[in-house]
Design a protein around this ligand. Structure first.
Ligand code: PGA
Length: 261
């Protein structure tokens, strides 16, 4: 699948929520709510155990599937891990790599993120690479340094062709699950910086098409103003993706925002 940012990209990260039957139910409601509507790329990202069942539910819809994490080895004695090809086999096109919760609680460093990104790309999946600063880093004017380091280390050794398969999600840690959102201007400033970083790495042609998502307390009421910003191509949504109504409303707001860009 070729990635481009001509339409908004809206992804719902369900985190550690919804058992299998609840996942099927939510996927069904989102499918009904979006009803094959064009104009947005929609991805839902349930827990591993629900992936195959949700995939069946999504047949005959335009909604795509993603996983929340991955290991970099293809097989072996790694109890509890899941490989990129297993994720692909379950019906996914996307996988989140380096979410701040994985960095915070499960030891994902930039080096591990880099290994995962490479393995995911080799398997023909698209990584959604999460980056973002803590509140302390923002208050000490370290946001751009942090984001630059995460991009250069996380995407180290990845060539121009492969970078076009990568999605970046800028998620300021202080905005995740807190109800506190970056203002559109604050977010845009970092998104522009990220696009410029990508341009330095792979040139303007690739960087101008790159999908750069905002994440951190995106809700129906703030989605329009965020996604209307020039360098914000969509959203990675946690809490508000757990209810079909709010998730579908965000998709509609995103479509409106894109029309006005
Ligand atoms: P949130 O989560 O929308 O609940 O803030 C976003 C994320 O962690 O991807």
């Amino acid at each position: 699948m070729n990635l481009f940012n001509k339409k908004p990209f809206i992804a719902g990260n369900w985190k550690l929520h919804k058992n299998i039957s609840e996942s099927i139910q939510l996927a069904k409601s989102i499918k009904q709510g979006t009803n094959k509507k064009e104009g947005a790329e929609i991805v839902i990202i349930p827990p591993y155990v629900s992936l195959s069942e949700v995939k069946k539910t999504l047949l005959k819809s335009n909604i795509l599937l993603g996983a929340q994490n991955v290991f970099w080895e293809e097989s072996g004695a790694y109890t509890g891990e899941i490989s990129p090809s297993m994720i692909k086999d379950a019906g996914c096109d996307f996988v989140i790599v380096g979410h701040s919760e994985r960095r915070q609680y499960f030891g994902d460093t930039d080096e591990r993120v880099n290994k995962k990104v490479k393995a995911v790309l080799s398997a023909g999946l698209h990584p959604i690479v999460c980056i973002g600063e803590t509140l302390e880093e923002r208050e000490n004017n370290k946001t751009m340094d942090k984001v630059r380091a995460q991009i250069t280390k996380g995407l180290k050794g990845i060539n121009q062709d492969q970078i076009s398969d990568v999605i970046i999600a800028y998620e300021p840690i202080w905005a995740i699950g807190t109800g506190r959102t970056a203002t559109p201007k604050q977010a845009e400033k970092v998104h522009e910086f990220i696009r410029n970083q990508l341009e330095e790495m792979v040139g303007k042609d690739t960087s101008s098409c790159a999908i750069i998502l905002y994440g951190g307390s995106v809700k129906p009421k703030n989605a329009f103003s965020l996604i209307k910003e020039k360098n914000i191509n969509g959203a990675l949504i946690g809490g508000a993706s757990l209810e079909a109504d709010s998730f579908v409303e965000i998709i509609e707001e995103a479509k409106k925002a894109y029309k006005e860009k």
